[in-house]
Design a binder for this molecule. Structure first.
Ligand code: IPM
Ligand code: MG
Length: 366
């Protein structure tokens, strides 16, 4: 039996995770997927009951689980908690504590969404790439950081962008290996024209490729150019590897090449142990969207496609992953749309109804 810890979190997190959970339960019941689903307390609600955003029981459960399914975090309720409480249980802390250094964000365009997407159909054709975002380092975690008051009374906010050789090589190796299983092309993204951390990034990625991955076609782009290229011609990319903050920004930008942020799944993976297993957290890329929370209208497909990634990357079920991705594709092709992906004139359905449509498509395909 494999154990999946489920954390709905805040905002629309519980709603979209609820649909992803039903999909997992479908695979358990209909495809004999040997999983135990454990719901775990997290967030403002958990803080009210236990005094911790990430209670000890949840910490133990996610450390021991084979995979974590995460919804979303953030929003007014969490923002109202004391800083220390928030820092204790933040998503960034989970990523760091579990050494989830490789964040995979696949960008695939669905022909059914061309009309709803903000980019032109001819630009979206053939889009299929993965952003590998470094998730444990860079300016998100660099010291020193803070806000200080200067002698003249002004305040000064500061953060530190920092990368070591091993941090760069660890994620570059992951991306080079991933490129080997795909179309053999890797684009490394930095700001080496301005930042020393970017100079090192570029040198280390190139050196690793030259030493161990001569079969991979490696290119480099500055991050500003990359943002423009993702909008201009996203189909040119196979695998992109970049640092923590550039990956954060580029993946939101790249979401438009998939039609909507609501469509994007992600996997955050740790180092492989002796048996090849990695700690893994799966979550939709969208955030908690407090403006639509509790209304039952959020798009659950990012969360559901995160289950497909889990099936492939943790649960060893590539055929089931393909079955689920096919069911999502069929659901979209049949015209089901939540509000974020509805083209003009289409009446959108809600979160639960979209989950129903995917389950029905799974039933048909099984
Ligand atoms: C993401 C999010 C997070 C990040 C936030 C919620 C801290 O934007 O996963 O892309 O910046 O990493
Ligand atoms: Mg982000």
């Amino acid at each position: 039996m494999m154990t999946i810890a489920i954390i709905g979190g805040e905002g629309i997190g519980p709603e979209v995770t609820g649909e992803a959970r039903r999909v997992l339960a479908w695979f358990a019941a209909r495809r004999r997927l040997p999983v135990v689903l454990q719901d775990q307390a997290y967030g403002a609600e958990a803080y009210r009951r236990t005094g911790e955003v990430l209670p000890a029981a949840t910490r133990a459960a996610i450390a021991a689980a084979d995979a974590i399914l995460f919804g979303a975090t953030g929003g007014p309720e969490l923002a109202a908690l004391p800083d220390a409480a928030r820092a204790q249980g933040g998503l960034l802390k989970i990523r760091k504590d579990l050494t989830l250094f490789a964040n995979l964000r696949p960008i695939v365009s669905h022909p059914a969404l061309y009309e709803a997407a903000p980019l032109k159909a001819r630009v979206l054709e053939g889009v299929d790439f993965v952003i590998v975002r470094e998730l444990n380092g860079g300016i998100y975690f660099g010291e020193p950081r803070g806000i200080e008051t200067l002698p003249d009374g002004q305040r000064r906010g500061f953060n530190t962008q920092t990368y070591t050789t091993s941090e760069i090589r660890r994620v570059a190796r992951f991306a080079l290996e991933l490129a080997r299983t795909r179309r053999g092309r890797l684009c490394s993204v930095d700001k080496a024209n301005v930042m020393e951390s970017g100079v090192l990034w570029r040198e280390e990625v190139q050196a690793l490729r030259d030493a161990e991955f001569p079969d991979i076609a490696l290119s480099h782009l500055y991050v500003d150019n990359c943002a423009m290229q993702i909008v201009r011609q996203p189909s040119q990319f196979d695998v992109i590897v970049t640092d923590n903050i550039f990956g954060d920004i580029l993946s939101d930008c790249a979401a438009m090449a998939a039609g909507s942020l609501g469509m994007l799944p992600s996997a955050s993976l740790g180092p492989a142990d002796a048996t090849g297993r990695r700690q893994a957290l799966y979550e939709p890329v969208h955030g908690s969207a407090p403006d639509i929370a509790g209304k039952g209208i959020a798009n659950p497909l990012g969360a559901i496609l995160s289950v497909a990634m889990m099936l492939r990357l943790t649960l060893g079920r590539p055929e089931d992953a393909a079955l689920l991705e096919g069911a999502v594709g069929a659901t979209l092709a049949a015209g089901a749309r939540t509000a974020d992906i509805a083209e003009p004139g289409v009446v959108p359905i809600g979160t639960r109804a979209m989950g129903d449509e995917v389950l029905a498509a799974l039933d048909r395909a099984n």
